[in-house]
Design a protein around this ligand. Structure first.
Ligand SMILES: *Cc1c(COP(=O)(O)O)cnc(C)c1O
Ligand code: SF4
Length: 438
């Protein structure tokens, strides 16, 4: 496999790629209309090596990265098509903007919550929700090598400045960390911070390695690059510099945790990915794998069993299986909590203990990360057995609580408490919503 040079494939140049000509007229039109609303980006590695074009449209990576018919309602699709045909730019913008706003671009105000303050001012590009971990959004990392069609960060990619949330430099973060010694982890996220040139990423990471920040034990890098652009760690012009930067994190005495987003085992199969994983592990980085459970992409136990087994074989650590959240074209991708738990349990029961480090299915909701531990019958009532893995208030963590079983429920907000006992977070807070996560 020869190394590719990164170049994004978008709605404007997709027609130049041979695979596009294999699509039928309806599939082409779907790509054009849906990608006018939701961001679309792919690259040659994804279309040449991850998608099986014999299996369109069912192919999981095609579903993961290409716009799909079900992502817009029929009447929305019709409106977009008419607007595109009209050639009237301002009408197009208006129609598209309106549809985007109906798809919950910032679930429960992602930008408003969890942003810490310094001298009364909110720190752009920083979120601090759980005491020990701060999320950091460096400005140049707010894009990805390809876009997942279900992405809850999609608002960041459509170029609407109002919806962007990012940090130009880490100075304010560093000051904030000096005053917050309970923080042990800084998680670089986006988008994908691995899309940044090493030189830029270094400017954001180096200040955090200062001895005055000894309480920062772990630098986490949330990335999909291993799956979408493994060349980043092997053959890109600054790949070696990136590995050296990562080595410096380890040499500073800290843990480097790569939080790798893998949605399907196929993403782990190419030799170039395995080479990238080997390079990261050689310098002492640990790779943890996580992904949301997405209809059409990975909604069978077999996909997860093979993914966890393959990952463990390659030296990675299964971490989270997420429930997909309510943003963008969620109706198309969502899986009920009951089904998510069945898939999780079936897959979990088929891997060795080294694969059972995974936790799921997890909702990253407004009050915290809630895992569905099971469905049980207690005093003749069917209930979901739930637990906070992370809570806005650490006091909620680890205590089992119950909700009425509801086969159609897809999110925490759909659930009602069982046995007249309130949910832990409702004993102190009035409301539950959903929003930001790593
Ligand atoms: C998931 C998440 C974290 C990290 O939680 P861990 O359980 O430590 O991986 C931190 N902040 C936010 C906002 C999150 O959603
Ligand atoms: S890799 Fe993550 S941030 Fe990027 S498009 Fe996919 S889900 Fe969104």
């Amino acid at each position: 496999m020869q190394p590719y040079t990164y170049r994004p494939i978008t709605r404007h140049n997709i027609h130049k790629y041979p695979q596009y000509t294999q699509l039928n007229a309806d599939q082409k039109e779907t790509i054009q209309t849906v990608s006018a609303v939701f961001p679309f980006r792919a690259n040659r590695y994804v279309i040449d090596h991850l998608i099986n074009w014999e299996n369109i449209p069912g192919d999981p990576i095609f579903q993961l990265t290409f716009p799909q018919r079900g992502m817009l309602r029929d009447e929305e699709r019709e409106q977009v098509r008419r607007a595109l045909d009209s050639g009237d730019n301002s009408q197009q913008m208006e129609v598209i903007h309106k549809i985007r706003m109906q798809h919950n671009p910032h679930p429960a105000g992602q930008q408003k919550h969890n942003v810490p303050k310094l001298g009364g001012e909110r720190i752009p590009g920083v979120q601090h929700k759980y005491p020990e971990t701060v999320l950091y959004f460096p400005v140049q990392g707010q894009t990805c090598h390809a876009y997942c069609s279900y992405c809850f960060r999609w608002a960041q990619f459509i170029g609407d400045q109002d919806l962007k949330f990012a940090a130009r430099s880490p100075e304010q973060l560093v000051t904030y960390l000096h005053g917050n010694h309970q923080v042990t982890d800084v998680l670089f996220t986006g988008g994908d911070p691995a899309t940044m040139k090493t030189k830029l990423l270094r400017q954001h990471i180096e200040p955090l390695l200062d001895p005055s920040l000894e309480h920062i034990q772990t630098i986490r890098i949330g990335t999909k690059a291993l799956a979408y652009w493994p060349y980043r760690f092997v053959t890109d012009p600054d790949a070696d510099d990136l590995i050296r930067l990562f080595e410096e994190i380890v040499a500073s005495g800290r843990h480097l945790a790569i939080m790798a987003h893998f949605s399907h085992y196929r993403e782990m199969e190419p030799a170039i990915v395995q080479e990238a994983i080997r390079r990261l592990r050689d310098i002492g980085a640990e790779i943890r794998m996580q992904a949301p459970l997405i209809r059409q992409v990975n909604d069978t136990p077999d996909v997860w069993v093979t993914m966890w087994r393959t990952g463990v074989k390659l030296g990675m650590i299964p971490y989270y299986m997420f429930v997909s959240r309510d943003t963008g074209p969620q109706d198309y991708f969502e899986v009920s909590l009951a089904r998510a738990w069945q898939i999780f349990r079936s897959a979990y029961s088929q891997v060795s203990g080294l694969g059972r480090t995974v936790r799921g299915p997890v909702m990253s909701a407004s009050p915290g990360k809630v895992v569905v531990n099971g469905i049980a019958t207690i005093r003749e009532q069917r209930v979901f057995v739930l637990q906070f893995l992370q809570g806005r208030d650490p006091n909620w963590v680890g205590r089992p609580f119950m909700a009425h079983f509801d086969p159609a429920a897809t999110w925490l907000t759909d659930l009602k408490s069982a046995f007249a006992e309130e949910f832990p977070h409702q004993q102190q807070f009035g409301s539950v919503g959903e929003e930001s996560t790593a």
